[in-house]
Design a protein around this ligand. Structure first.
Ligand code: TXD
Length: 321
């Protein structure tokens, strides 16, 4: 029985043990998807959360190990790195208000993780999402298919929920699609939202659809306003967990994610929410759905805003260096 190689479970590192990070760690572990390394800058915090989660292992009956740490060496050999570290919004703040502080945090986290996990796929969650994802891609120098941002799954899930609530049907039968940047310029696409295959444009009038679309656009702010002390985290963690699962299990699901565009939708050198086929290599392909002229214009406006913020964030990083 000697000299057996240790069995290696998949490993996901979650950087930032705040609300989203710790909830994501819980979801990944309880679904038995992978061992989780939870890292935070605050001493004791990730260790405490990890221990608390491990103490539920015998009740939840999963086999995943959760390790809390302040040391990047412990993230070594990760298959996926999820970056949630950074500031979250307070009431009255826009996602863009977080930019300069979070830019420094995500670049540092990504660079350190890459050193110990050169094969990892990176999923960025920190806001402003599309800008931070671009910075992580640039800082790591990885092929763009291995760096993506999580927002579209969440925004689509919000719209899916609102459609189900409005029609009184099961969310399981509702499919919703939201593209574009994760912010006020996101692009919900009612034409591509269906209930058991029936477009919602057949089931609701325009005024109702517009109301649900607006609620989706303000979905994050609605929760920030209610909580007062931070942003949403249950649905964001579930959304990120879906992406982790799709990649680890090579499911080839078609999910909206912030992906690097090289001409798709007429856009170059920008990260933006588009439908992606996700599998074990990361973003395996980008689907180009047909857009009306107005939708295409909205997508380009969203891209222009992301691009402008990327320049501002890069300038702020130069000042700091
Ligand atoms: O759809 C989406 N992409 C989002 C994004 C949905 C929800 C939340 N979204 C954003 O994720 C949010 O605007 C924030 O920028 C991040 C994290 O949100 P969360 O709600 O988890 O914020 P918390 O609870 O404040 O946690 C942040 C943690 C906290 O424990 C800090 O100590 C830690 O990040 N932190 C760091 N960890 C490691 N290294 C550094 N430098 C660091 N700085 C802060």
């Amino acid at each position: 029985y000697d000299t057996l190689l240790p069995c290696q479970s998949p490993r996901v590192s979650v950087i930032g043990a705040g609300n989203v990070g710790r909830t994501l760690a819980q979801r990944i572990a309880e679904k038995n998807l992978a061992d989780v390394v939870l890292l935070d800058i605050v001493n004791g915090l990730p260790q405490g959360i990890a221990l608390d989660l491990m103490e539920a292992q015998g009740i939840e009956l999963h086999d995943s190990e959760i390790i809390g740490t302040n040391n990047y060496e412990d993230t070594a050999g990760s298959d996926i790195v999820v970056i949630t570290a950074g500031l979250a919004r307070k009431p009255g703040m826009s996602r863009d208000d977080l930019m300069n502080v979070n830019a420094k945090i995500v670049v540092e986290a990504a660079t350190k993780c890459l050193k110990y996990s050169p094969e990892a796929i990176f999923i960025v969650i920190t806001n402003p999402l599309d800008v931070m994802t671009y910075l992580v891609w640039q800082a790591t120098g990885l092929p763009p298919q291995r760096v993506m941002g999580m927002a579209g799954v969440l925004d689509s899930s919000r719209l899916q929920t609102f459609i189900a609530m409005e029609l009184g049907v099961s969310t399981a039968d509702v499919h919703a699609m939201v593209l574009g940047g994760h912010g006020d310029l996101m692009l919900p696409l009612p034409r591509y939202c269906t209930v058991s295959g029936v477009p919602i444009t057949e089931l609701m009038d325009e005024i109702t659809i517009n109301r649900l679309v607006e609620r989706t656009r303000n979905g994050g702010a609605e929760i920030v306003k209610l909580l007062q002390t931070g942003g949403a985290y249950y649905a964001p963690a579930s959304s990120a967990c879906t992406m982790v699962e799709t990649i680890l299990r090579n499911q080839s699901r078609l999910l909206p994610a912030a992906a690097y565009l090289k001409g798709e939708y007429g856009l170059q050198d920008v990260y933006l929410g588009v439908p992606c086929r996700l599998g074990c290599r990361g973003v395996e392909s980008i689907l180009e759905v047909r857009l009306t002229d107005a939708e295409r214009l909205d997508l380009h406006t969203s891209a222009a805003s992301v691009r402008q913020n990327v320049h501002l964030a890069l300038d702020s990083l130069k000042v700091l260096m």
